[in-house]
Ligand binder design. Sequence first.
Ligand SMILES: *Cc1c(COP(=O)(O)O)cnc(C)c1O
Length: 410
Amino acid sequence: MPTSKPAQGNIPVPQLDDVQLETLAVRAGQIRTPELEHSEAIFPTSSFVFNSAQEAAQRFSGEIGGNVYARFTNPTVSMFETRIAALEGGERAVAAASGMAAIMATFFALLKQGDHVLCSRSVFGTTNVFLEKYLCKFGIEVDFVDLCDYQQWREKLQPTTRIVFCETPSNPLCEVADMEELSKITSESKHPDGALFIVDNCFCTPALQQPLLFGADIVTHSATKYLDGQGRCLGGVVVGSEELMAEVHSFMRSAGPALSPFNAWVFLKGLETLSLRMRAHSEHALKVAEWLQAQDAIEQVYYVGLPGHPQFALAQRQQKSGSGVLSFKIRGDLKAAWAFIDAVQFISITANLGDTKTTITHPATTTHGRLSDEEKMRAGITDNLIRVSVGLENVDDIIQDLARGLSAIS
Ligand SMILES: *Cc1c(COP(=O)(O)O)cnc(C)c1O
């Protein structure tokens, strides 16, 4: 009976001493099998075999390391986790099936009944729903505050506050929070286990911003956005200390929202071009923002990279560049905003962001549609607001397409 081919050998992946982020994004975390593949392998297997009954027992008990079952670990997923931990500058990362699964696992693993969560009002809509509708059912209290109003953060902080959570920059108005300030506020909580400052770094990615350097304890990601970068897969990841991530991983293997190895592989390939893409997204977005600002039919442009942005200096300190998402208010009403959106030719009408393809969204009737009128007003989500995630098409073509939208309303 033919047996499997003998292993080709063992060429270890190179050590990475003292290298920069761009190099980590291409090379960190790689595992090489005896087949000596150059590109990372996908391991589409749910379980792993053992040499003996004794070894099985030892691996199950954790007495010796190694894979057991793909809900716990999978080599392709592990490569992605190691790489993103290196990029964020954290000790360990835990991957999840989606950005929401990453957020869910983090909150469930680290909170208990009676704890309090303090959260920015301008977080991803589903994060909001998860906290308000589900977490609250388990005896966890949640308060929402305005992202840049530090007085409010301080006032709402309670002795039971265990998690302080934000996204910066915010979606869709690109407000920038001072992470060092929020980290300081978090440390004022009297929670007996200490409070944790968590940043959803989906908009910037570690290529542009590393929240752990600014006092965050944990970073969460929807890998679905810029980490993939090409709109192919759902995934998420959490980064932090070994101790905290052990808790998150323990929840993940018990609750089950594991990342598929195929998706992890897509993210590994996405990370290899992350720095280049984020630089290009930022350059394009800045050009589009500058162009929009010069148009009479545009009332206001919201983009972190514009020198007129209210937190420009802070953003310069925290971020390498502005990332690819911007929004703007047209002179006109809801009908005009929809007419603008309907007049573009190739820009995709979709709520997704962080894609090579430029996308356009009307927040008031889509991503923020479930907010009451008062909540919308408070969040600055007006009917004349349009959000664009600027992609990697030729930037002059992107501007020309937006000009079609503009001609529909002027
Ligand atoms: C999309 C998104 C999420 C949720 O991620 P999914 O992968 O869609 O579950 C969380 N936070 C932010 C900021 C997002 O943009």
